[in-house]
Design a protein around this ligand. Structure first.
Ligand SMILES: *Cc1c(COP(=O)(O)O)cnc(C)c1O
Length: 385
């Protein structure tokens, strides 16, 4: 089954009981047993499993090409549950410009439980190799990263993970399974904030994980049930519904994004534009060797915090908001919003400058989006030097 077909026909999304073509919302916490331990269809208690959640979990496993899928109450719940595979004293190598919340949960939550983390630019595979320690147990990567869109060669990381015998985890939120399938490239676990493109409509907070093998899946199933940060049936239904239109949304979002990149690179108030389509030749080569598209996230620098604030205040169709991946275009200033939890000094080291503006391109008419940026960027010229 090809990806576009799998989005519609993957998983067990048809209800076996009634034939309903969309998964019914099984709003139940428990299930009648026909005698002690004699379960119908294996359902016992909804923290452990719920049929609506199963529909989503089997669907995401199919479209990512893994053995089993898991749905959580948020992307952070998914990430935290994966980190519980680690023990106190273990060491994890983490991408240096991962999502701000991921950085925070490593630094402020898991570190105090005895997990060690080293943050490195995973695009530099030599740096990853050098960061290995005898107690390293996991390499955790985002590619392309947020908001700098640095690209990591996943095949090379797989080779390092094999040599060191460690787990390889990829956050695939930005590319989505429509454009990129990290398990094919060797990831052990791939995860998503389904709040973003998979849900796609800014109406649900959810997280997903897919395990490469049954054995890796069993380890995570134990934690999902033990820790209990599961997704409810209503939200599972919404994410299944979102996934069905993922292909058409991603195609349209990317077409809009490419037009906006073209517009922004020519604008005199913009000093740099970040998008996988305009990266260095090497970054582009690596990206295209592992992904089928460039996606809809763009960052551009307007020179100062003041200018960035003005731009995001003036746009009408780009809504000033956290999050990304929705039908409506969103705009934000990473240094003051999504990445505010990263210390200022560290942000600058990474290149998350105060003038950096991030947009998540939506499905509006691209001419309206260009005109909206045009009038907002015009105000930057009015700032006195
Ligand atoms: C939003 C996001 C997360 C966190 O997901 P939530 O659903 O907000 O908990 C993790 N990784 C990336 C790349 C994200 O964009």
């Amino acid at each position: 089954m090809r990806t576009k077909t799998a989005l519609i026909h993957g998983g067990k999304t048809t209800d076996p009981l009634t034939g309903a073509v969309t998964p019914p919302i099984y709003q139940t916490s428990t299930y009648k047993q026909d005698g002690i331990g004699n379960l119908r269809e294996g359902y016992e208690y909804s923290r452990t499993a719920n049929p609506t959640r199963t529909a989503l979990e089997t669907l995401i496993a199919d479209i990512e090409g893994g053995a089993s899928g898991f749905a959580f109450g948020s992307g952070m719940a998914a990430i935290s549950t994966i980190l519980m595979l680690m023990k106190s004293g273990d060491h994890v190598i983490v991408g240096s410009d991962v999502y701000g919340g991921t950085y925070r949960v490593f630094n402020r939550v898991f570190q105090s439980l005895g997990l060690e983390a080293t943050f490195v630019d995973t695009a530099d595979t030599q740096a990853v190799r050098e960061a290995l320690q005898p107690n390293t147990k996991m390499i955790y990567v985002e590619t392309p990263t947020n908001p700098l869109l640095n690209v990591t060669d996943m095949r090379l990381i797989r080779a390092i993970a094999d040599e060191a015998d460690v787990l390889f985890v990829v956050d695939n939120t930005f590319m989505t399974p429509y454009f990129q399938n990290p398990i094919e490239l060797g990831a052990d676990y791939v995860l998503h904030s389904a709040t973003k493109y998979l849900g796609g409509h800014s109406d649900v907070v959810a997280g997903l994980v897919v395990a490469r093998t049954e054995e890796l899946g069993e380890r995570l199933a134990f934690l999902q049930n033990s820790v209990g940060a599961v997704l409810g049936p209503q939200d599972s239904f919404l994410v299944v519904r979102g996934i069905k239109t993922l292909a058409v949304r991603m195609e349209a979002i990317e077409a809009n994004a490419l037009a906006l990149v073209d517009y922004l690179t020519k604008h005199e108030a913009v000093s740099r534009v970040l998008h996988p389509s305009v990266g260095s030749e090497e970054a582009k080569r690596v990206h295209l060797s592992q992904a089928r598209g460039f996606g809809g996230m763009i960052a551009f620098d307007v020179g100062s915090a003041e200018a960035a604030e003005l731009v995001v205040a003036k746009t009408k169709y780009f809504t000033l908001a956290e999050s990304l991946g929705a039908v409506e275009s969103l705009i934000s200033v990473p240094a003051r919003m999504t990445h505010a939890s990263i210390p200022a000094e560290r942000r600058l080291e990474l290149g998350i400058t105060d003038g950096l503006v991030r947009i998540s391109v939506g499905l509006e008419d691209v001419q309206d989006l260009i005109e909206d940026l045009e009038q907002a960027l015009a105000t930057v010229a009015t700032i006195p030097n």
